[in-house]
Design a protein around this ligand. Structure first.
Ligand code: AHM
Ligand code: MG
Length: 335
């Protein structure tokens, strides 16, 4: 790219285009990006910043919180509460919604996030990230309640993630394709490094936690088993496997070079729909993947069409290169 385009300029240009982002949404995305820069700094300091290790508490899902989970959550709240663009926020690390305090003006947007995804990788210096989803508060009611958040993923007005890896990379959609920005640390700004990310429809790479194999359902077992048979099997080609255990990093690889990512329902806890959360993990990632030409389902249904019934709802996730996702989905409903 000959001329450097900053995130600010990209968003201003998106705002100017007819029917694209309003100024309040532009402000919101800039603020989220600023918060991600500051989370990136904390992540980079690691042990030197005293940010590693557990915080000695659990979140609403019963998971042990790491110090960085809590720091990232606070950074996102503090950055976003005063600007007047938001009505409320919801996070993996908070039981209920966080309504913008009365001392600040209330805006019309709702922000959901997983402040630090891939928590098990924090202390071992492997890529982690922030995932976010933006909805509009339903019109007509003056206050804001948890039920206002319960909108299907197809209602999102913006979604993205920031991956803190060898580079800090922000990936974003406002419904007009997927753009990638890389943090220039000297300048302190995100610079557009890929404008229209597309992932191939076919792939020879899958991502799944193989240690759960014995708990999977038949369609998932069949799909992976066929991949493992390689050239000699029904697929007639060899497959490679990657599993980073940070959804942000796995999805980033898939957006970059294709692949299929699965965290399916399994028999360990049959009453749970899956491990990942619908509203702030699966929905934003599914929209990004679809915007880049891929697909995302829970095996039976397009993820973006699922009507959530609660904030921390879980979902089975199959996303990535279109033809592979369609194949796994077909295996769930054999003729
Ligand atoms: P987290 O949001 O608490 O970090 O959990 C979500 C993560 C995903 O990023 C990743 O795909 C998955 O959990 C890894 O799970 P597992 O450790 O079971 O392989
Ligand atoms: Mg997560």
């Amino acid at each position: 790219m000959s001329q450097r385009i900053s995130l600010t300029r990209y968003l201003v240009e998106q705002q100017r285009m007819e029917g694209h982002i309003p100024s309040q949404l532009r402000l919101l995305l800039e603020v989220v990006a600023r918060a991600c820069k500051s989370i990136s700094q904390a992540v980079n300091k690691g042990a030197l910043g005293g940010v590693l290790g557990t915080a000695g508490s659990e979140n609403v899902q019963g998971e042990v919180q790491k110090k960085l989970d809590i720091i990232a959550n606070e950074v996102l709240i503090e950055a976003n509460e005063w600007g007047g663009h938001l009505a409320a926020m919801a996070s993996e690390e908070m039981d209920g919604i966080y309504v913008v305090p009365n001392r600040y003006p209330q805006g019309e947007y709702l922000l959901l996030f997983d402040p630090l995804d891939g928590s098990s990788n924090i202390d071992v210096n492997v890529s982690i990230g922030t995932i976010f989803s933006v909805l509009k508060k339903p019109e007509g009611d003056s206050g804001v309640e948890e039920s206002d958040f319960l909108q299907a993923g197809n209602q999102q007005v913006a979604a993205g993630y920031c991956v803190y890896g060898p580079q800090t990379t922000l990936v974003l959609t406002v419904g007009d394709g997927v753009a990638m920005f890389t943090l220039d640390r000297e300048q302190g700004s995100f610079v557009l490094t890929e404008e229209n990310m597309r992932l191939p429809e076919d792939t020879q790479e899958f991502a799944i936690n193989m240690s759960n194999m014995r708990h999977w359902d038949t369609p998932v077992k069949r799909y992976i088993d066929e991949c493992l048979q390689g050239k000699e099997g029904p697929r007639g080609k060899d497959f490679n496997m990657r599993w980073i255990a940070s959804m942000v990093a796995d999805v980033h690889r898939i957006l970059t070079r294709g692949g299929v990512f699965m965290y399916p329902w399994d028999k360990r806890e049959p009453e749970k729909a899956g491990k990942l959360r619908l509203m702030y993990e699966a929905n934003p990632m599914s929209w990004l993947i679809e915007q880049a030409g891929g697909a995302a389902t829970n095996g039976k249904q397009r993820i973006l069409d699922i009507q959530p019934t609660k904030l921390h709802e879980r979902v089975s996730v199959i996303l990535g290169s279109k033809n592979e996702v369609e194949r796994v989905t077909r295996y769930h409903s054999p003729l």
